[in-house]
Design a protein around this ligand. Sequence first.
Ligand SMILES: NC(=O)c1ccc[n+]([C@@H]2O[C@H](COP(=O)([O-])OP(=O)(O)OC[C@H]3O[C@@H](n4cnc5c(N)ncnc54)[C@H](OP(=O)(O)O)[C@@H]3O)[C@@H](O)[C@H]2O)c1
Length: 231
Amino acid sequence: MPQTWMITGANRGIGLALTIELVRRGEHVIAAARDPWGGALSEIAAAHVGAVTPLELDVTSDASVAAAKTALAGRPIDVLLNNAGIYGSRERQSAFDMDFDGWREVFEVNVYAPLRIAQAFLPNVEASTGRKIATISSRMGSIGGNPSGNIAYRSSKAAVNMAMVAFGNAVKDSAISVLLFHPGWVQTDMGGGGADIAPSESASGLIRTIDASGMAQTNSFRTWKGETIPW
Ligand SMILES: NC(=O)c1ccc[n+]([C@@H]2O[C@H](COP(=O)([O-])OP(=O)(O)OC[C@H]3O[C@@H](n4cnc5c(N)ncnc54)[C@H](OP(=O)(O)O)[C@@H]3O)[C@@H](O)[C@H]2O)c1
């Protein structure tokens, strides 16, 4: 019996790689994106009708999330995966020069949206047997990792870790596991061509680790390979 995974930002990068890997092994994917009808995602959806449900979703928009919630009402989601994210200004997020409007935007996508998505689709996860909510954070959000630079991005990932752990504690009694991941340094538009690993390697590692996770791992912060990261 195929599982249903919902992935935000499924049109490129790690989200697209997750979609490809999951469809390859026979799962159903709700592939959410601001534009799910163009590019590689539309080709995958056309090649796997029934297995891929393209869903228009801007994770920062209450109206867009409400419309998606209505469209998915009553459909169980085994794994809800918050993947959409942005990095913010490449030049202006240092200790001495911050683009504050850009910082707010980074928080909209990387912090507020994962909680908004978790709240909106909680009934779908509750209706499933998988009962997992995973969020792609980043090792750059580790305060214990002695951070410097990239303050907007780093603080957003530290904040989403806190938000999702608090959410995880709130849904513990419903046996829903809440998981936080660093996906590796991945060759995507965000990670750049010089990054360590291909999106497919990150995606298959994440899927393997999520498969092996349950309530014993709730509120953990780990790499795509399952190694614990200090908060
Ligand atoms: N790549 C790395 O090395 C790395 C390392 C650590 C963590 N991460 C995290 O991994 C996740 C995926 O990153 P990536 O490398 O795949 O990045 P990416 O290639 O830049 O893709 C980002 C994805 O997020 C989507 N997105 C951005 N804003 C959105 C919004 N408002 N609503 C819906 N979707 C939105 C983008 O959609 P559009 O095409 O519509 O813009 C795109 O699908 C992010 O959370 C990132 O912070 C990445």
